[in-house]
Design a protein around this ligand. Sequence first.
Ligand code: TTP
Length: 402
Amino acid sequence: MQTILLAAGQGTRMRPLTEHRAKPMLPVADKPLAAHTAETAVEAGASKLIVVVGYESEAVREYFGDEYTGVPVEFAEQTEQRGTADAVRAAEPHLEPGPFAVLNGDALYDEASLTRLYESSPAVGSYRVEDPTQYGVLYTEKSTNDTRVTGVIEKPADPPSNLINTGAYVFPAEAQAWLDVGESERGELELTDVLERACNEHAVTAVPFQQWLDVGRPWELLEANEWKIGELSRKHQGDVHEDATIRGDVVVEAGATVDAGVVIEGPALIKSGATVGPNAYIRGTTLIAEDAKVGHSVEVKNSVLMEGATVGHLSYVGDSILGRDVNFGASTMVANLRHDNEAVKTPVKGEITSTGRRKFGVVCGDDVKTGIQTTLNAGVKLDAGARTKPNEVVLKDPQFEN
Ligand code: TTP
């Protein structure tokens, strides 16, 4: 099945992590987010990948090259991010006659369900949620063997079902000629208009996904890592000191160093060139990326430290994401829990938004540097390149009250 992977979006809800990189290139366990999607697609039966790029496209092109896990890769450039139908239209010249699949390059799908989707053409991937009001929701009807989709509605106050649109589709061959859609109410060219037409002219199956995750906002990057790091098996190829204690499924890659007195509770991934310790404590599904450093008496819990991020001395980092080359001064402390036990809130595109998580720490863009003894409150975001002074207390987000 020829498969279009949408990876051109600007990822504005993921700022500041997408200030200098495309969202599909954010690290999830051992590879970029979109690489998981691409691999699952190939395992499910993708014969060719057409990757639609636009925002910060160079790194995406470089990563995938002209072949990925044994299948050919072609790139289509979407010059202006005008919507998902527009992105697919950019890919259309690369399509051969016949049905085609479309996947979001910022979503994780389980392989068994994606395989079923590919076998059920035309089809759309559905996912059952308790409260669908913030998603695209499918109108469905039962047929003899499966569930048919009859339409889709964006963020309805009164949802027609609990099945939401996962952004995974197999379209019939004729849909290649249907991509010239008009602007939607929110001013975008939307693929759901093409889906509507497919539902009018074909029997479109709703294929239920067992696992699916849309990675649009920073805490969903933590969830993506929880999913994919959770699938790794224990492997120690790096230099692990005999006085270090490692429990559970922890991967220490070749070229990584774990020093004396360190305790790591898996699942966790310590990537090549990273150093941990002495006397550090890592737990709760954590990614320590290439050349990152976790130093003496530092505790890191359920967090992502991107390449070259350094937390050198006596600090606590919980439920947080630190961008590339972030440097935390000694005794930088992150709060990740509110005293009222309510879900932590954080700004997303200028609006205070609940993360839905009781525990959530901070998000630091690339190259943030904190002065010694900086205190960062739960839900704070620091833009790429931001600095704090020694002893600074960042109680609220620099723009908003949390
Ligand atoms: P979105 O998540 O809706 O858009 P985005 O990735 O730009 O993020 P944000 O809303 O935070 O700015 O997009 C869904 C998928 O479609 C995602 O994989 C990106 C892709 N996409 C394109 O390729 N081109 C586009 O013009 C748009 C809007 C999205």
